[in-house]
Design a protein around this ligand. Structure first.
Ligand SMILES: C[S@@+](CC[C@H](N)C(=O)[O-])C[C@H]1O[C@@H](n2cnc3c(N)ncnc32)[C@H](O)[C@@H]1O
Length: 272
C-alpha cells in the first residue's frame, strides 16, 4: 500500500469503538463460527440467538461456505480484485486465501466499521500489495470505493467483486436498495456481486433476534423481491438466487426432517 501502513483509518473514522461489555455483531458471529475472539457479552447474545433459532450456527457456517465457493467461482472467471464489505473477524477460509488459491494475482480489501475487526484483519491478514484492511461504512459506498487506502490496492476502473455476506441484515431495506444501486453503478462491466442475507417468513423472529442484542442494533427482514432488486440489471449466475447451501454445493445437501424457520439466501451476479 502506498503509505506502507496496513491499518487504514479515515480522518473522519467510521469505526465503532471497541467495548468488551457490549455485544458486537462480528464477535457474536465469530463465536457462532467457533472462533475465540469474543467476550461474555457476545456469548450471552449467541446463547439467546441459539435458543431462538437452534440452527443459527449452521446458517452462519453455510453462508461462509457459500462465500468461499462463490469467491472461487468469480476468481475462475478472471476477476482478481475483491472487496469484502462487512468482512467480520478473520475466519477460515479467509476470502484472500480462497481468491489467491484460484488466482495468484488476487487482491483483497477487507472493509468493516468495527474497530476490533479492522485491528485483527490488519494484524493477521494484511500484506502490502495483496491484502488491506480498510475502515469503512457499508452505507457509504462512494466513500468506501474512493478511500485512498482501498484505491492503493484495488483499481476501481477494472472489474472487481464486491462481497456483502451477512451484512445487509444490519441495514434496513430502503437504505440497502440505495447502497446496492451505488455499488452497481460504480462497478465496471465484468464486475461481480456476491451476496448472502438471512431470509425467513417470520417478522417475530427478527424482532426476537434484535431483542437478543439488547436492542443495541436492529436486524432487518428483507423480502426475496427486495433481495432480487439488489442485483437488478445484473446477470445472475447459475443456479440463481437460492439458499446458500444449495449454491453449487460440492455434494448434494442432505435432506432435513423439519422445515427451517430461517435460512440464508445467496446470489452471485455479474455486471454485463
Ligand atoms: C454477521 S458479520 C458477517 C461477517 C462476514 N461477512 C461473514 O459473512 O462471515 C457482519 C459484519 O458486518 C459488519 N457491519 C455491520 N454494519 C456495517 C456497516 N454499516 N459498515 C461496515 N460494516 C458493517 C459488522 O461489523 C460485522 O463484521
Amino acid at each position: 500500500m502506498g503509505s506502507g501502513c496496513n491499518v487504514c483509518l479515515m480522518v473522519d473514522s467510521p469505526l465503532l469503538p471497541f467495548d468488551a461489555g457490549k455485544p458486537s455483531p462480528p464477535r457474536v458471529h465469530d463465536y457462532g463460527l467457533g472462533g475465540k475472539d469474543n467476550f461474555v457479552a457476545d456469548r450471552e447474545v449467541a446463547a439467546q440467538l441459539q435458543e431462538i433459532l437452534p440452527n443459527v450456527g449452521r446458517l452462519v457456517r453455510e453462508s461462509r461456505e457459500f462465500v468461499a465457493r462463490a469467491v472461487d467461482f468469480v476468481a475462475r472467471q478472471g476477476v482478481t480484485q475483491f472487496i469484502d464489505v462487512g468482512c467480520g473477524m478473520p475466519a477460515d477460509p479467509a476470502t484472500h486465501e480462497v481468491a489467491l488459491s484460484a488466482s495468484p494475482d488476487a487482491r483483497v480489501a477487507y472493509v468493516d466499521n468495527d474497530a476490533m475487526v479492522i485491528a485483527h484483519v490488519a494484524a493477521l491478514l494484511a500484506r502490502p500489495g495483496q491484502v488491506a484492511a480498510v475502515a469503512g461504512d457499508t452505507r457509504r459506498p462512494e466513500e468506501v470505493l474512493g478511500s485512498p487506502e482501498l484505491t492503493a490496492l484495488i483499481d476501481t476502473g477494472r472489474p472487481f467483486c464486491v462481497i456483502l455476506a451477512f451484512v445487509l441484515d444490519f441495514i434496513e431495506p430502503r437504505q440497502a436498495a440505495t447502497l446496492m444501486a451505488a455499488f452497481r453503478d460504480a462497478m465496471p462491466a465484468g464486475s461481480y456481486l456476491i451476496l448472502s442475507i438471512g431470509s425467513n417468513q417470520d417478522p417475530v423472529l427478527i424482532r426476537d433476534c434484535s431483542v437478543a442484542f439488547g436492542n443495541t442494533l436492529r436486524l432487518n427482514w428483507h423480502s426475496r423481491a427486495q433481495v432480487a432488486g439488489y442485483v437488478a440489471d445484473l446477470e445472475v449466475a447459475e443456479p440463481g438466487m437460492i439458499t446458500a447451501r444449495c449454491w453449487r454445493p460440492p455434494s448434494p445437501p442432505r435432506a432435513e426432517d423439519t422445515p427451517r424457520r430461517a435460512d440464508v439466501l445467496a446470489v452471485v451476479a455479474r455486471k454485463p
